[in-house]
Design a protein. Structure first.
Length: 139
């Protein structure tokens, strides 16, 4: 797998990947999410490719206090082969390079496979409550 920054020509392949991985929700328009990411640390929107075919993605970001990861995806036929770990290692390296002390991410509590994946990578469940407020509707 080769890892590189997202290119605008990747959009449809990335959105297809997110659909295959069940990451799309009605309240998050994937095209808008991509456009938003490209405005802020767009070079940290990474894709993984095999033979130039996109089969993985991850968005990393840093706000000066905490790092965040969104849209980690690996095509179902490539899961459990270490590609997700490699994508996360690349995102973590980007964050380390800018001095990020801690990385956060959010999962749906029903996503037991993702919970196991992150625990295997030594992530821990923080004793926090996640709040959110939509400032712009995607619906």
């Amino acid at each position: 797998m080769q890892i590189r920054s997202y290119r605008p020509s990747d959009e449809s392949s990335v959105i297809d990947l997110w659909h295959k991985c069940d990451l799309i929700r009605s309240w998050n328009d994937p095209e808008k999410d991509i456009k938003r990411k490209l405005k802020v640390q767009g070079e940290w929107f990474l894709v993984g490719t095999i033979d130039d075919e996109i089969m993985a993605s991850v968005m990393a970001g840093y706000d000066g206090h905490r790092g965040w990861v969104n849209y980690l995806a690996v095509a179902p036929e490539h899961q459990k082969l270490g590609f997700g770990q490699k994508m996360m290692a690349e995102a973590e390296q980007l964050l380390r390079q800018v001095g990020c002390p801690k990385l956060n991410l959010q999962l749906r509590d029903s996503n037991t496979e993702a919970i196991k994946f992150y625990q295997k990578l030594r992530y821990q469940i923080d004793d926090v409550i996640s709040f959110g407020k939509r400032l712009e509707s995607d619906e």
